[in-house]
Write a protein that binds this ligand. Structure first.
Ligand code: ZN
Length: 414
């Protein structure tokens, strides 16, 4: 790959700011002439600029396979912007002359640009429960028709809601997802629901998740007031690669627990099913890799508790079986005097599946059972006013539902 091959290169950086909603920053780099940031891009900078700085650095390092790049972004003034683009232009000119482009990364992102490591700090409360959202990958895009093959798009489009743009890009046939953990403070316990993608994991099937580094996820966790050593429980709704990654970290070439004091809760049925599939040679290699680097090492050192439906993690917070996406998929159901919620993992991936609840994903192990589970979740939530918190919703991250003529309608808090 030579210099000319970057003619399309574009960075799309997005983050969700709880005060201002989605902010987006885009720039393009034509070959040999790095383009400067437009002046009006300043409007889309963070309060302190640090998140964008990290994202940009990670993006450039990844795209150009650089070891390091120094980008200073120190404040809200125009001077910082100038510094930023100077550093960019300088470094890009050097990188163009010095290195070939890593085709693996480019081919994985045809025309889409960079879309990693978005997020920022997002927090909400459900009754007396504080929830911090720790995003590992924002705006991860899946092909809409292939991922939700039974979706009736004609029925969706007339009801296109403004907030739907957070979740779906119909023009590009994309479902827009967040990969995120929820850190819950419940009584005096800190519980992390799901462990996202992680770093340095070998994920050849999804190159943008493969051998990641400097994603900032642990920094975002700390910024949310959750030190890794303060986490008591990590609960994986299921064992797909986007739910187990941060369970472990690469320490001197070995996979070690990311959280020193944690008990990792893994569904007994879920793990048994994966072990049976591996033994039978029918488990998807992508998820086998995830089990081998993010689950089995924890089992080996005795850090995993195999859990079943009904287990109470705190007062009024119990595990509940939500099968279908995977065989042993579980959720966390909250029934407290002040809070009624369901952290439902991948029981639904998109609000489109609230409007059309029979539509399961192509990644569900039993699509029919997944639909039954989803419909049961939605019926109960509509009847009880329960807040549903799916693993991959962007926007406000949580939703309530209302019954509507045999179907359901999502309602998002502002
Ligand atoms: Zn998932």
């Amino acid at each position: 790959m030579g210099q000319n091959s970057i003619s399309w290169t574009r960075f799309n950086l997005t983050r969700f700011d709880p005060k201002r909603g989605m902010s987006r920053w885009t720039t393009r780099f034509p070959p040999g002439k790095p383009q400067r940031m437009r002046e009006d891009d300043r409007e889309n900078r963070d309060e302190d600029g640090t998140v964008h700085g990290r994202m940009l650095r990670a993006a450039i390092e990844r795209l150009y396979a650089l070891d390091d790049i120094s980008i200073q972004h120190v404040g809200r003034c125009g001077v910082a912007c100038a510094r930023w683009r100077f550093a960019l232009a300088d470094r890009l000119e050097r990188s163009l002359s010095e290195s070939a482009l890593p085709s693996r990364v480019i081919q994985s992102e045809p025309g889409n640009g960079w879309r990693r490591d978005g997020g920022g700090l997002l927090r909400f409360a459900i009754g007396d429960i504080e929830v911090a959202v720790i995003v590992d990958d924002d705006d991860f895009r899946l092909p809409l028709r292939a991922f939700l093959p039974r979706l009736d798009l004609a029925a969706i489009e007339p009801r296109y809601d403004p907030i739907a743009a957070e979740f779906v890009d119909l023009d590009r046939d994309c479902l827009r997802c967040a990969i995120q953990s929820f850190a819950l403070k419940l009584d005096r316990r800190t519980i992390l629901v799901d462990a996202c993608i992680g770093e340095r994991k070998d994920r050849p099937e999804i190159p943008v998740w493969s051998h990641r580094s400097r994603t900032g996820w642990l920094d975002r966790l700390r910024a949310a007031g959750v030190a890794p050593e303060s986490v008591d429980l990590v609960f994986c709704t299921h064992l797909h690669i986007d739910h187990v990654g941060w369970n472990t970290m690469d320490v001197d070439g070995a996979w070690r627990p990311t959280f020193p004091n944690v008990r990792y809760l893994v569904g007994r049925r879920e793990l048994a099913d994966w072990e049976a599939r591996i033994a039978a040679g029918v488990a998807a290699p992508m998820h086998v890799r995830g089990l081998r680097d993010s689950v089995f090492p924890l089992v080996e050192v005795g850090r995993v508790d195999l859990v079943d439906e009904g287990l109470e993690l705190a007062a009024g917070a119990a595990l509940t079986l939500l099968p279908g996406h995977t065989v042993g998929h579980i959720g966390l159901r909250i029934d407290r005097p002040e809070a009624r919620a369901l952290f439902c993992g991948d029981a639904m991936h998109s609000p489109l599946q609230i409007v059309q609840p029979a539509v399961s994903t192509s990644s569900c192990s039993d699509p029919q059972l997944a639909a039954q589970t989803r419909i049961a979740v939605l019926e109960e939530a509509a009847a009880s006013g329960r807040v549903v918190v799916p693993a991959h919703f962007r926007g406000p991250r949580r939703v309530t539902v209302a019954g509507r003529g045999g179907g359901f309608l999502p309602s998002f808090p502002v």
